[in-house]
Design a protein around this ligand. Structure first.
Ligand code: FPP
Length: 265
């Protein structure tokens, strides 16, 4: 293990970290946290027990991400569809869990210099949840380490719709013609302040984007693991980064010629 291994990593995490190339670290990782329900079902437990265990996975993953100096981590906590299609008892349990999580985790956020933010139409959530979210944002606003973003009541299509509407509104306010191009959409997305999305991880095996970061994922590497979310952790995060480093990102161009076949269209 190199001497530059960050402090606080477990033995296994440190070992995986030491095999990574520091020059090719992702700057922004996003995770679709799926499989809490299946995790609980396998144990003959109610679904909410899976969500409760999911919180431990969030904690461990965030801790590792911040120790290795990852600049940005975005977690898909609840989609717009989650609201519509899940029983009320489950969504209100998830709301309570989020409130408790933010409160309990605050000392750790401060200790690890984590800045908490939210994306999605979270202004539609119950007032007491929004209050806790506002509080978490305010409390961590001066932290300069990991930018931890929770996507809550989030949808990728509605994000693009919101971006376009915001472009139109700005133009109307300034009395000029709205110009919509890739750059202006980029600048009006919820994630405009975050680095380019390098790696998108999905747990529990499904090969879908599920309306998550549709625009941002255009050139991201996608890594799907069979692990259910409650079984995810820092070790699995480092394994995903290792896999990311094995792949070659080309952005539609040809970055290295040596093993690629050049197709003439
Ligand atoms: C997916 O599992 C998970 C969710 C919809 C909720 C995500 C919540 C957590 C990870 C825990 C709480 C998080 C915070 C930040 C407090 P699923 O229920 O869709 O699983 P299934 O597909 O197996 O049914």
């Amino acid at each position: 293990v190199r001497s530059s291994t960050p402090a606080g990593l477990s033995h296994k995490e440190a070992e995986l970290y030491s095999r990574l190339d520091p020059a090719r670290f992702p700057r922004h990782i996003a995770i679709i946290m799926d499989g809490n329900g299946r995790w609980a079902k396998r144990r003959h437990l109610p679904r909410i027990a899976g969500h409760r265990s999911g919180v431990f996975a969030v904690r461990n993953t965030v801790q590792c991400a911040s120790r290795i100096g990852l600049p940005a981590l975005t977690l898909y906590a609840f989609s717009v569809e989650n609201w519509l299609r899940r029983p009320k008892t489950e969504t209100s349990f998830l709301m309570g869990l989020l409130r408790r999580y933010l409160k309990i985790e605050m000392p750790a956020f401060q200790e690890h210099n984590v800045r908490v933010q939210f994306i999605g139409r979270w202004r539609e959530l119950p007032a007491e949840v929004q209050e806790r979210m506002d509080w978490a944002i305010e409390e961590t606003i001066n932290n300069t380490g990991l930018r931890l973003t929770f996507a809550i009541n989030y949808g990728g299509r509605s994000e693009i719709v919101d971006a376009v509407n915001s472009i139109l509104q700005t133009a109307r306010r300034n009395g000029h013609h709205a110009e919509v191009d890739e750059e202006s959409i980029d600048q009006h997305l919820y994630t405009s302040h975050l680095p380019e999305l390098d790696l998108l991880i999905r747990t529990s095996g499904e090969m879908r984007l599920s309306n998550f970061l549709l625009w941002q994922a255009a050139y991201s590497e996608i890594y799907v693991t069979e692990a259910l979310w409650p079984d995810f952790n820092g070790v699995k995060l480092l394994e995903a980064i290792g896999e990311f480093q094995k792949r070659e990102r080309r952005f539609g161009g040809i970055e290295s010629i040596h093993h690629s076949t050049v197709h003439t269209a």
